[in-house]
Design a protein around this ligand. Sequence first.
Ligand code: ZN
Length: 162
Amino acid sequence: MSQSGITNEELRELYKELILDHARSPRHFGKLPDATHTAEGINMLCGDKLKLYLRIGPEDRIDDARFEGSGCAISVASASLLTDTVIGMQTRDALRFFETLVDRLGGPSAANEADADAAIDLGKLRALEGVREFPSRIKCATLAWHALSSAIHERTRPATTE
Ligand code: ZN
């Protein structure tokens, strides 16, 4: 895969910017009153806590996604990137993203990443790959994605007004 002259160092800087940007101004932050699926995620190691809300339509499409909670910059940025990414996706595609991301971040040392999951382009989510160098941060980066998987697999009651 050619990066048309962009060095890894430059990519790293760009990704750092992207993460900081999402951490500072998270997208889709807040409750989703008409959520059909929700899940909570807690990362005890770091103290990250979040709740993810999804509205999944009749054809298994994620029509909307939001999250709320608090945590470190990486967990917040990851949740923000998640919502940005999965809105408009079929749930099965979102789950494939989840699996690929977790695999890339936490999988056996990715010396040969070109071979891994070549079918999926993580796009902006590649920003999160930097955490591989900081194993204690991997849970921060994957927390929201585990919540996504739980939310999709376990339907909850549509939220009502008390
Ligand atoms: Zn964290």
